[in-house]
Structures are given as C-alpha cells and as structure tokens.
Design a protein around this ligand. Structure first.
Ligand code: DX5
Ligand code: ZN
Length: 218
C-alpha cells in the first residue's frame, strides 16, 4: 500500500489548525512541507512553512516530509532541523556539481535525518543514478516545481518506471515519492509505475471528505 503525503502549500491559512486536525484524522501518512526561496523557484514560502511547522510540532504526531525547492540548501536544512522531520529532500538541480550533491547528502545524514533527492520534469533520471546508493528517497517531480494545482506532465511517468527498474536491478532500498498534479483519476497509473509515496495537495484539500480522498488515492 502506498503512503500519502499531504502538501499544505494550497491550504487556507485562516483555517490551518482545523485543516491539520482534519488531515490527521483522515490518516495522512505525512505532511509535505513545500519550502520555496524566491530564487530556485519564483515564490517564497519559507516564513509560511516555518509557521506551519511550528503548529504541526505542537498539535500533530504525523511525520514531516520537507521538500526544499531552494538554492542555499544547507542553510534551509538548518532552519527545519528543529522540527525533526522524517525526511529532508533537496533538488539535484540546485547543486553546482557532483561534489556538492555528495556533501549535502552527508550533511543531512550527519544531522540524523533521512535524505531525499529530487529531480525536475526535464532532468533525466539517469543523471542521479550515481547517488542512489546513498539516499533514502527519490522525489520525482511530475510538474514544474513552484506552485500547486498544476496538471501532471504525462511523460514524467516513464521516469518512475525507469527508477524502479534501476532499484530492482541493483537492490537499492530508497523510497520513490511522486509530486505534482496527483489526483484520484491518475493515482493508479502512478502506483503501477512504482511509486511508494504520493504527494497530493489540491486533490485532498479541495475535496469534501479528506479521508475518503486519501483512501481513493491509495
Ligand atoms: C510543487 C510542489 C508540490 C505541489 C503539490 O512545487 O512541490 O508539492 O504543490 O500540490 P498539487 O497536488 O496541488 O499539485
Ligand atoms: Zn512538493
């Protein structure tokens, strides 16, 4: 059975506490925290996500899944460590070279957190094969990072299949997480392709019954 990581990016800030309670009751497996820096992507969500993490820290036991869409990765890692996230994922494209990728993987592990690496839709999945033995998770973006509520780009689904084949061939044990445009109508195809964790924001938050939507996504 796949896990569902609910993105709070498109949540209504005025009702965030109720939304967090409702999502926990609806049995979301993770809260997905979309951190944007206004540099790697246009929007800046850092202050908002720190505020949400403070609330989550006080009222929820659901593990945090932090997705850093930022250029200055280590600095942002430091900002979220206090919330003891289950996983911290950074973007391969935000790194200058292979050495930087390796150093960030090491840095996050030394801080005692699980580490994920993410690729944007136009990045070939083969480019990160050299790092797969070191990570706990790979986040395949199925939309351009930057905002919620976009349509999934169908061509990205092949990358999930390739990644799963590679994992099976080499006996690696990272999780495959998929993020962007996931809804009840397309979740089965993504699960069949090999996803272990589905990120969903608008599909859940705009539905009437969060629990029912999460069950259907699974
Ligand atoms: C996009 C974010 C996603 C996304 C999820 O930059 O990483 O987490 O907003 O939201 P939906 O499910 O609305 O695409
Ligand atoms: Zn995300």
């Amino acid at each position: 059975m796949v896990d569902i990581s609910t993105s709070l990016l498109s949540a209504d800030k005025q009702k965030i506490i109720d939304t967090i309670y409702d999502l926990e009751k609806a049995k979301t497996d993770y809260f997905h925290i979309d951190v944007m820096d206004g540099e790697f992507v246009e929007k800046n969500t850092h202050d908002l996500m720190l505020e949400y993490c403070e609330y989550l820290d006080h009222i929820s036991k659901v593990p945090l899944d932090v997705h850093l869409m930022v250029s200055d990765i280590k600095n942002y890692v430091d900002s979220y460590l206090i919330f003891n996230p289950n996983i911290i994922t950074f973007h391969y494209e935000a790194c200058k070279n292979k050495e930087e990728v390796i150093s960030i993987i090491k840095y996050i592990k030394e801080k005692g957190r699980r580490v994920g690496i993410s690729v944007k839709p136009n990045t070939k999945i083969e480019e990160i094969y050299q790092f797969l033995q070191y990570v706990h998770l790979v986040l395949v973006m199925t939309v351009e990072p930057g905002k919620g509520g976009q349509e999934l780009i169908p061509e990205t689904i092949d990358k999930i299949r390739e990644l799963k084949n590679c994992r099976d061939t080499h006996n690696f044990d990272f999780d495959i997480e998929v993020d962007g445009g996931i809804k009840v109508e397309n979740s089965q195809e993504i699960i069949d392709a090999g996803a272990d964790i589905l990120v969903a924001g608008t599909a859940i938050l705009t539905s009437k019954d969060y629990g029912d939507t999460i069950r259907k996504l699974k």
